[in-house]
Design a protein around this ligand. Structure first.
Ligand SMILES: [Zn+2]
Length: 276
């Protein structure tokens, strides 16, 4: 009891000083809510312009990403194919060297045959020559097989290379298209983002998070909408006359009973459009 006794005179004094500043406490509250609505709609107005820029870019960023992934995949595949091809070609030249060596051996044995002293030595050299000839035949067979495989592999490499080059060209075109759009809108977007940040600072935390929540749930990104011809500017459902009057009186923040968007009247819209 003693506490409230002390407090009571303070309250009275405060109320008296409020009366001194503003016409009535109610009038002060009106201005506050109206200002809140103006700030909210200003933020919405800016964010909607950022949305429009993003719509303009559309699917391009995603398409570029997909193409980049595809080109990278094709590059890996092409590299693997070329490695395999290189390995096969290495095997061919290995066999070709083997043939060269065998031919040199034969030449050497034939030279030795001219100088032999008996038949046994001569026959032994003949056997060596036959063996080298068989080696040559086998190597030639392997080379023929490998060359057929190489031709097949080369066709696959060419096909992959063509596909890779085509996709890479597509990627460059799309990338340029996206870069052009970004360059065209970058400054505008940055300026708008700055405006959005500034507008956000004027809005209390609780309202701002409500705004972002409604906006993220709305397909068109609209969280604050004007009343248009008696209907909600977000979902176009009719707003009862009494509710329209409440919106116009700016006594509290009113949301659409159908879509949950925050509703503003002409006054708020005009304030934002003027202040642009
Ligand atoms: Zn609505």
């Amino acid at each position: 009891m003693a506490k409230s006794d002390v407090k009571a005179p303070v309250k009275v004094a405060k109320a008296a000083s409020d009366n001194g500043k503003a016409a009535t406490p109610a009038a002060k509250a009106e201005i506050t809510i109206a200002e809140k609505l103006v700030e909210l709609f200003r933020l919405q107005h800016v964010d909607s312009q950022v949305d429009r820029i993003k719509v303009q870019r559309g699917e391009l960023p995603l398409e570029v990403q997909d193409l980049e992934d595809e080109v990278a995949g094709l590059e890996t595949r092409l590299k693997k194919l070329q490695d395999e091809l290189g390995e096969m070609e290495g095997q061919v030249s290995e066999k070709q060297n083997l043939i060269k060596d065998a031919k040199a051996q034969i030449k050497k044995y034939e030279g030795q045959q001219a100088k032999v002293r008996n038949n046994r030595e001569y026959d032994s050299l003949t056997k060596e020559i036959e063996f080298q000839n068989l080696e040559i035949q086998l190597a030639e067979k392997r080379i023929k097989e490998a060359k057929a495989q190489i031709d097949g592999k080369k066709a696959v490499v060419d096909e992959s290379k063509t596909r890779h080059d085509e996709r890479k060209k597509d990627l460059e075109l799309k990338k340029k298209e996206l870069d052009d759009i970004i360059a065209e809108t970058e400054k505008e977007e940055k300026d708008l983002q700055k405006k959005s940040d500034t507008a956000s600072k004027h809005i209390e935390e609780r309202l701002l998070s409500a705004y972002h929540r409604i906006r993220s749930n709305a397909r068109n990104g609209l969280a604050v909408v004007p009343v248009e011809r008696g209907s909600c500017g977000g979902c176009f459902n009719a707003i009862p006359p009494q509710r329209q009057l409440d919106i116009g009186s700016h006594k509290k923040i009113i949301v659409c009973e159908h879509c949950g968007r925050i509703l503003v009247d002409e006054y708020v819209v005009a304030r934002v459009k003027e202040g642009k």
